[in-house]
Design a protein. Structure first.
Length: 147
């Protein structure tokens, strides 16, 4: 499926797709529900956060080691997250500054989770292949439902 975003960092990766709303993923740290992101493709999205709030949440996840050994990242389009003042960093700028140095494939702007566009339905907990070039693609490699 096309992610309808833009590659922030090029490449391809395979791993278990996990993640969700950035605020909720962050609040699971140090709880029994904390995600084990090693070897995974991390999907993060949210809405209504200001760029400095996204910065804080991503730095918190980084300091907690959640980007260590992540194979790729899919980012939502973060609606209603515009900076209130012209000329300061955008959410895209924040993601680029914090995540691009990871040196892994990253796609920004996918219509997943909170989005004003028609939403892509993406199963979590399944193996997937991320291709971060152009608009980006995500290939689901196994069934999301078992009988």
């Amino acid at each position: 499926m096309s992610l309808q975003g833009q590659a922030l960092s090029f490449g391809s990766a395979e791993g278990v797709l996990l993640g969700g709303c950035l605020t909720l993923v962050e609040t699971t740290l140090s709880t029994p529900w904390e995600l084990d992101t090693r070897g995974g493709i991390l999907l993060l999205e949210d809405r209504g956060m200001k760029p400095w709030q996204v910065d804080r949440a991503l730095i918190h996840l980084q300091q907690a080691g959640k980007f260590k050994d992540v194979r790729g990242i899919v980012l939502g389009d973060f609606p209603d997250c515009a900076a209130p003042v012209e000329g300061i960093a955008t959410v895209f700028d924040v993601c680029e500054r914090i995540l691009k140095p990871q040196g892994i494939p990253i796609v920004f702007g996918a219509p997943v989770g909170h989005t004003a566009r028609p939403m892509l339905t993406v199963p979590l907990g399944v193996r997937a292949r991320l291709n971060a070039s152009g608009a980006g693609t995500l290939e689901i490699l196994e069934g999301a439902v078992t009988s």
